[in-house]
Design a protein around this ligand. Structure first.
Ligand code: MTE
Length: 329
């Protein structure tokens, strides 16, 4: 069903939008990488602001520059300033690599080449894609989305990727498919997990799920890049989910398998603590987590302390109600 939407109230006025860059199809993804690798003076796709200088250790972890990818004008600033990459790429949740926010160095052990994503289950056209297949088949675009973690920290980041519904169209789910199960990479040899993981017998691999209607929503996105480059490992290279109206734990990283299924799948956090991490997990300021309020959030980098108190009001569906509220009536 086609989705018609009116621009949300927080969208930038047309006249403020940076002129769009040339449209880039999948075949140009590798070319963009090669060109950028050769130091070509290409226009950065995330040209909202000049590339940010980050400290040399962080710089080593960042992906390959991409260029020439169109910025989707429907998703431009989410009403807030972009979070600096210095904060976003050094403050992560990736429990395969530990239970702290500073996993960015150890996450570099994630092996990403070669990489395949198996798409199977209740579909007419099962596929196993390698990364080139994915990036050549589905046109890439840039979208600036708000991101809200269930822990009450938030950020605004420019993702590069493609809408999940494009992949659905390619594999054609059958009418029996009601849910989608997304599985992250896991290998105990390179994923030490958090030190306290033994006590909980954590249910690896990390699995998340959506309804097929949620996956078909315009906002649901697979990211292969961020801040104008391919995804760094700490953000879930080489491909992750981004579901901006839900808490961040719904966005599984480093996806290796996507299965269309009839029943609601068991998911990682919901299995660990069902009354704290619901399957649906939409951002809802009025519904507190059992251990803290969700009415406010703090933006990464606010002030000088990323652990500062929450000061910003949380918005229902993280500000994306115009896109998704109808899914839940
Ligand atoms: N995916 C995997 N595989 N493992 C994880 O631990 N953490 C989730 C989500 N995806 C997680 C994951 C949580 S709790 C959040 S808030 C986001 O990733 C954090 O994404 P970021 O580190 O890119 O900001």
């Amino acid at each position: 069903m086609p989705f018609i939407h009116t621009p949300p109230s927080w969208q930038l006025p047309e006249k403020l939008i940076t002129p769009e860059l040339a449209f880039m199809n999948r075949r140009r993804f590798m070319k963009a990488l090669i060109g950028a690798g050769a130091g070509a003076a290409t226009v950065g796709l995330t040209a909202c602001q000049p590339p940010e200088a980050v400290d040399p250790e962080l710089e080593k972890t960042l992906g390959q520059p991409l260029s020439g990818i169109e910025r989707n004008p429907n998703f431009l600033n989410a009403g807030r300033d972009l979070t600096k990459q210095t904060y976003a790429s050094r403050y992560n949740n990736f429990y395969e690599y530990g239970g702290t926010k500073t996993i960015w160095p150890i996450a570099q052990n994630l092996p990403t080449d070669p990489w395949t994503v198996e798409v199977s289950g209740l579909v007419k056209n099962p596929q196993t894609y390698d990364l080139d297949d994915l990036t050549q088949r589905f046109p890439l675009e840039e979208r600036i989305y708000r991101f809200r973690c269930v822990e009450a920290w938030a950020m605004v980041v420019p993702w590069i990727g493609f809408p999940m519904k494009r992949l659905m169209e390619a594999v054609e789910p059958t009418s029996q498919a009601k849910f989608v199960r997304f599985t992250s990479f896991y290998d105990a040899e390179v994923c030490p997990g958090p030190a306290w993981g033994f006590a909980l017998n954590l249910p690896w691999p990390y699995v998340e799920g959506l309804t097929v209607e949620e996956m078909a929503n315009d906002l649901a996105f697979f990211a292969v890049g961020i801040y104008g480059r391919t995804l760094p490992k700490q953000h879930g290279a080489p491909i992750r989910m981004v579901v901006p109206w839900k808490y961040g734990f719904k966005g599984a990283k480093s996806i290796v398998k996507i299965e269309f299924v009839a029943e609601q799948p068991a998911t990682y956090w919901n299995t660990i603590s069902p009354n704290e991490y619901a399957f649906e997990a939409n951002v809802e300021p009025e519904v507190p987590h059992p251990r803290w309020s969700q009415s406010k959030e703090r933006l990464l980098g606010e002030g000088t302390n990323p652990y500062a108190w929450e000061t910003q009001p949380t918005v229902i569906y993280n500000g994306y109600g115009e896109y998704v509220a109808s899914l839940y009536t």
